[in-house]
Design a protein around this ligand. Structure first.
Ligand code: CP
Ligand code: NVA
Length: 332
């Protein structure tokens, strides 16, 4: 039988010749990053005007979660639906990746049925292995090392407030030198803004990130929140106790006591400085109610932009020609 409906047919796996993954910010070139952010902005504007683009009609996303989530799950699932595709949520107890079945076997099975995989897991190596073994693109939805989807949405949010060129900004990150902080180091390496990282002794980023900061002269690492925040255009914070570290919560509350983003600390930032948080927030710990609910806070813009930024990532991975077109017509 002759094939019909050529335009709308679903691309067979074999057509994805050289697949790309989105595992970290560092694999993006500055032009690609700009293109993604331009596409995210376009998708957001179009959604608000009621314009739909079913770029991923007939495509399926598998979402593997080994940790809880509100934002990541809802935005990937909603984003896929808005793009005409379908998302399947796999809870930790569903597939037991690496326990019930090896990462390699999960990757190879999923690659036979679906078009795209998102994983939220503990060890970054699991994410890397999944990407190596899968023939379809893999997206990092948070590991203990990095959270690139969050920082991509954050950059989209910053562009909305400061314009396209973020290189002149001073961004203070106050808190744990963990996945978020490490993704911010990658972003600073790409975009050249001044990153001031304030972390308590013992909670610094992994050695390779500290070395990268030194080698590439990326920002400043300090244990003094005041030093980091002074003159900053943006003050960013994250939970003191990340998922998987819950047993350390009491000790961490003591160690991070001086690292709360509150009104007194904010007074040292630049006039009209913005406050960011990836959420979930622990009110009264890393951030006060007054600050997170105050006029400087853009945390809900960040959360909203997870939807648009991740739609751009999914379109880029499965329909790269759309990203190229967006960059040409809207200027990256
Ligand atoms: N910021 C973020 O990734 O939120 P969730 O953990 O709710 O997905
Ligand atoms: N650092 C936090 C980020 C949550 C989005 C965690 O890993 O739990």
């Amino acid at each position: 039988m002759r094939a019909t409906g050529q335009k709308n047919r679903i691309a067979p796996q074999a057509e994805i010749r050289t697949k790309r993954d989105f595992l970290d910010m560092a694999t993006l070139g500055p032009d690609e990053l700009s293109g993604l952010l331009a596409l995210a902005a376009r998708l957001k504007a179009e959604l608000k005007s009621g314009i739909e683009h079913p770029y991923l009609r007939g495509r399926t996303l598998a979402m593997i979660f080994q940790k809880p989530s509100l934002r990541t799950r809802i935005t990937f699932e909603t984003g896929m639906a808005q793009l005409g595709g379908h998302a399947i949520y796999l809870a930790p107890s569903d597939i037991g990746i690496g326990e019930r079945e090896t990462v390699k076997d999960v990757a190879r099975n999923l690659s036979r049925w679906i078009d795209l995989i998102m994983i939220r897991t503990f060890a970054h190596e699991t994410c890397l292995e999944l990407a190596r073994e899968a023939s379809v693109p893999v997206i990092n939805g948070l590991t203990d090392l990095l959270h690139p989807c969050q920082v991509l949405a954050d950059l989209q949010t910053l562009r909305e407030h400061f314009g396209r060129d973020l290189s002149k900004l001073r961004i203070a990150f106050v808190g744990d030198g963990f996945n978020l902080a490490q993704s911010w180091i990658e972003a600073a390496g790409l975009l050249g803004f001044d990153l001031r990282l304030a972390v308590p002794p013992g909670y610094e980023p992994e050695k390779r990130f500290i070395e990268r900061m030194r080698r590439e002269e990326i920002g400043v690492l300090t244990s003094d929140p005041l030093k980091a925040v002074t003159g900053a255009d943006v003050v960013y914070t994250d939970t003191w106790t990340s998922m998987g570290r819950e047993k350390e919560a009491a000790q961490r509350r003591r160690d991070f006591k001086e690292f709360q983003v509150n009104s007194a600390l904010l007074r040292h930032a630049a006039k009209d400085a913005l406050v960011m948080h990836c959420l979930p927030a622990h009110r009264g710990e890393e951030i006060t109610d007054e600050v997170i609910d105050g006029p400087s806070s853009i945390v809900l813009d960040q959360a909203e932009n997870r939807l648009h930024a991740q739609k751009a990532v999914m379109v880029w991975l499965l329909r790269p020609e759309v990203l190229a077109h967006a960059a040409l017509t809207h200027g990256a």
